[in-house]
Design a binder for this molecule. Structure first.
Ligand code: PEP
Ligand code: MG
Length: 879
């Protein structure tokens, strides 16, 4: 078996198509070498090695050692230096590289191959003794912490102590002798912490690092990450061993991280950061503040790479063009300049904000680099959410207290919190919180997720906080260097203001500004790239997209977002308004039909006006009005004062009213007297609603001259007889409504939200003009899982892997999905043209939308803000 693949200009055995075997990093290094880019030579131990290692009880497969030796010899001959040669050693980096980039695993060990002997050779070879000892201490520090598991603070404390003893502030001020001394302290630390001397044999070092990479595949952080992102453990990771190049050999050296386009806005400009005379991790670690790539982006006091290293910069611009032309997507690259020579260390598809994803997709399609279909597929539907949320109101008053980097756009306000744990605790209670840290690390990721926004005082646009926040769509201001955070005191100090834990602040991730308190926000603009991509999506999707809405505001938002009608108007939501709840209560508690009718007469004008407003906004589009659904107790009076008021209205004694309330109480209301069961026992209620719908439709049709399309929907039907009865009652009402002519195109249908309804959908279809799948109740009843109570235990099911996802969020294909498919099939058997949609929460979930496409539903209906998400998801499902 071939376990090891070489990459570089002379031996190059892989390519980008081999990510499963070589990991993303290894495959792309080979690909870059293959297209002639300057890649330091090296080799990749395949993911198969990792798989075999774990299969065989943590033993390497036969033949691996020989293959590594051969590959190492190839690298030695290409570089012209030997591994472990005291007079001029080959040094290597060792990095992990799974199929997809995966935080949580061992990352990088640099300068491997240094020991007490070779460090002197490096000094001679480089002509720089200080550089050599600095490299050695970096190696011991990285190897010590990532391979030997020694806390990196122990190492950092040594440097801090040294600097303060000498009254210095910068690492760069330490001399060769200082670093030599630091190395000797480091070796003491290793001896103390591990009971053994720091390994001096380069081959032992190499196998130690390789073992640490494979070992880290199974560490708890990596396992958690895989679980959260559905990455199978069987994939394994690869290991990349690569000849070192040095960005820290002097002022003609540099290292940097950049993007071929701006990852925040998507603008087609070369974007990134570099540091002169620095080694790899210095840029991301946020220890020194990185400088901009292009002169155009340099602020006063900054020195761009374009200016500092013009030759290497020009070469990099050329690389940028080659990479984009080759990969046809925005790339995230890492490079090093050693003595004015450029080397490429990594390329991968760049993570980007939703706004950038949109702009890049549209720009590339318009430039003919990709097709419209590819552009549609490039934007994750759920990420559109980020674009649809508010920005700071330009008119709003504000007090700016600091400015950092605009690391991830959007505006967010919340209570100031300093630990990820507290963010989670407060977010669980529904509080808006902002996580403020000096810098973030992988341990903070869960807190960043729960926060509205993230603020750091250190680090650049490629710092951990910035990259992670962009990926998850959190607002982020990074590297706000004028802010001081004191974790112990629980304070944040900026511009003379001392804020405490819990005080409110506002972040603008688009400008990098930080404001006191809560600043008002405005709705986003929906033109430009957004409209363009949505237009392309609309032209390929088959599924219709409607909104769940009952207020004029929501309906108007839905229209702005492109909804093609209302798929669910929950009429009970219209009953809570203060001007009508009294009549609702009288209707419920009335002792007889006459009393009920009197209350309903009071409600009727409100309902008619509500529906008319929706019909006007939807201007000719279908509006599905669902008749009253929930158990009546939800509307009951709270407390004696309210009860007394209702009793007065009904001329009942307080005692009689209380008895009525008691009689309505149910032990299992969600399975109780709700939905069409109310329509059966109290037909006056539905009669009023049907009349209100139809009279409003007639009025609006007359007023506008347009056709009005109400769809009257009966909820919680389980039996054909229930629908036959309620439909019959509705038709009787319709027969008495004047002016129902060709301008009112009304229909009567049902929700399919009970298993019995689904299984008898052929019979039910005989009485229905349409079906709308209520997958909230259907999930509840198919699983036998209360939708109101499941939140307390379902997360454990997902955590333990018993369920892949919360079935109330993403449809359960095997059970609930199957029953939906059966009902759809049975319904169509009887009525081939039966209109079918979905209006449960799943209507806005991309995976569920793909399912709806597959079984051929006609439309999905979701909350207004998810309408664009659904339009794009529907387009992707159709491609
Ligand atoms: C459903 O059950 O899926 C539905 C849309 O109705 P509701 O959520 O109002 O019960
Ligand atoms: Mg329901």
């Amino acid at each position: 078996t071939k376990w090891v693949y070489g990459f570089g200009s002379q031996v190059n055995e892989g390519h980008a198509g081999m990510k499963a075997l070589l990991g993303g990093k290894g495959a792309n290094l080979a690909e870059m070498a293959g297209i002639g880019l300057p890649v330091p030579p090296g080799f990749t131990l395949t993911t198969d090695v990792c798989v075999a290692y774990y299969r065989d009880g943590r033993r390497y497969p036969d033949g691996l050692r020989t293959q590594v030796e051969d590959a190492l010899a190839q690298v030695e001959s290409q570089v012209g230096a030997r591994f472990g040669d005291p007079s001029g050693p080959l040094l290597v980096s060792v990095r992990s590289g799974a199929q997809v980039s995966m935080p949580g695993m061992m990352d990088t060990v640099l300068n491997l191959g240094l020991n007490d002997e070779t460090v002197r050779g490096l000094a001679v070879q480089s002509g720089d003794e200080r550089f050599a000892w600095d490299s050695y201490r970096r190696f011991i520090q990285m190897y010590g912490s990532v391979v030997l598991g020694i806390s990196h603070h122990l190492f950092e404390d040594v440097i801090e102590a040294r600097k303060s003893a000498l009254d210095l502030t910068e690492d760069t001020e330490l001399s060769a002798a200082d670093w030599r001394e630091v190395v000797s302290f480091y070796q003491d630390i290793v001896r103390q912490e591990t009971g053994q001397a720091f390994p001096q044999t380069p081959r032992d070092q190499l196998w130690g690092a390789i073992g640490a990479v494979f070992g880290s595949w199974m560490n708890p952080r990596a396992i958690t990450y895989r679980r959260l992102h559905d990455i199978p453990a069987e994939w394994g990771t690869a290991v990349n061993v690569q000849a070192m190049v040095f960005g820290n050999m002097g002022e003609d050296c540099a290292t940097g991280v950049c993007f071929t386009r701006d990852p925040s806005t998507g603008e087609n400009v070369f974007y990134g950061e570099y540091l002169v005379n620095a080694q790899g991790e210095d840029v991301v670690a946020g220890i020194r503040t990185p400088q901009p790539m292009s002169e155009a982006r340099a602020k006063p006091g900054e020195i761009s790479m374009e200016k500092a290293l013009p030759g290497a910069y020009a070469e990099l611009l050329h690389v940028r063009e080659m990479l984009e032309a080759h990969y046809r997507d925005m790339q995230d690259i890492e490079f090093t300049v050693q003595r004015n020579t450029l080397y490429m260390l990594q390329t991968r598809t760049g993570k980007r904000t939703a706004a950038a994803a949109l702009r890049i997709a549209v720009d590339m399609a318009e430039a003919g680099q990709i097709s419209h279909e590819e552009a549609i597929l490039r934007v994750p539907p759920a990420s559109l959410d980020q674009l649809l949320h508010p920005a700071l109101d330009p008119e709003a008053e504000r007090v700016r207290i600091a400015r950092g980097l605009p690391a991830s756009p959007g505006a967010a306000s919340g209570a100031l919190v300093f630990t990820a744990e507290e963010v989670e605790a407060r977010a669980l209670k529904g509080e808006d919180v902002i996580l403020a840290r000096v810098e973030t690390s992988p341990e903070d990721v869960h807190g960043m997720h729960a926060a509205r926004g993230v603020l750091t005082t250190r680090g650049g646009m490629t710092s951990h906080a910035a990259v992670v926040a962009r990926g998850m769509g959190r607002v982020c201001v990074a590297g706000a260097g004028d802010i001081r955070i004191d974790y112990k005191a629980g304070t944040l100090t900026a511009d003379g203001h001392v804020l405490r834990r819990g005080d409110w602040i506002t972040l603008d991730g688009g400008t990098g500004e930080v404001f006191l308190g809560r600043v008002a926000t405005v709705e986003p603009r929906l033109s430009g790239d957004f409209a363009t991509l949505m237009g392309w999506a609309d032209s390929v999707r088959r599924l219709g997209v409607r909104a769940n809405a009952e207020t004029p505001d929501d309906a108007a938002t839905a229209r702005r977002f492109g909804a093609e009608g209302i798929g669910l108007c929950r009429t009970e939501h219209m009953f809570f308004a203060p001007d009508r709840i009294g009549a609702v209560r009288r209707m419920i508690l009335a002792p007889d039909a006459a009393g009920r009718r009197a209350a309903l007469d009071d409600l009727m004008p409100f309902q008619r006006a509500d529906f008319a407003a929706l019909f006007r906004i939807m201007a000719g589009l279908p509006v599905t009005v669902r008749l009253l659904d929930p158990p009546l107790h939800e509307f009951l009076p709270h407390g004696d004062a309210e009860l007394a008021e209702v009793a007065r209205g009904l001329s009942l004694s307080l005692e009689e009213a209380r008895a009525r309330v008691a009689a309505l109480s149910e032990s299992n209301p969600m399975l109780g007297h709700r939905g069409c069961r109310l329509g059966v026992t109290a037909p006056e209620i539905y009669a009023m609603q049907v009349r209100a719908v139809l009279e409003a439709a007639v009025a609006v049709a007359r007023e506008t001259g347009e056709i009005v399309r109400p769809e009257i929907m009966i909820p919680l039907v389980g039996m054909e007889t229930e629908l036959a009865y309620t439909r019959g009652e509705a038709e009787k009402v319709a027969a008495g409504v004047e002016g129902l002519d060709g301008h009112v195109d009304y229909s009567i249908g049902t929700m399919i939200e009970l298993p019995r309804a689904a299984l008898t959908a052929d019979r039910i279809a005989a009485h229905a003009d349409f079906f709308s799948f209520g997958t909230n109740d259907l999930t509840q009843t198919v699983f036998g899982l209360s939708r109101d109570d499941a939140g307390s235990f379902l997360p454990t099911y997902v955590e333990k892997g018993l369920l892949p996802k919360d079935p109330f969020v993403s449809i359960d294909f095997e059970g609930v999905g199957e029953i939906v498919a059966i009902a759809a099939r049975k319904g169509r058997q009887v009525k081939p043209t039966l209109k079918m949609g979905i209006c449960g929460e799943h209507g806005g979930d991309p995976a569920s939308i793909a399912f709806c496409e597959k079984i051929g539903l006609d439309y999905v209906s979701c909350s207004p803000y998810r309408v664009p998400v659904a339009r794009l998801a529907a387009a992707q499902a159709a491609l």
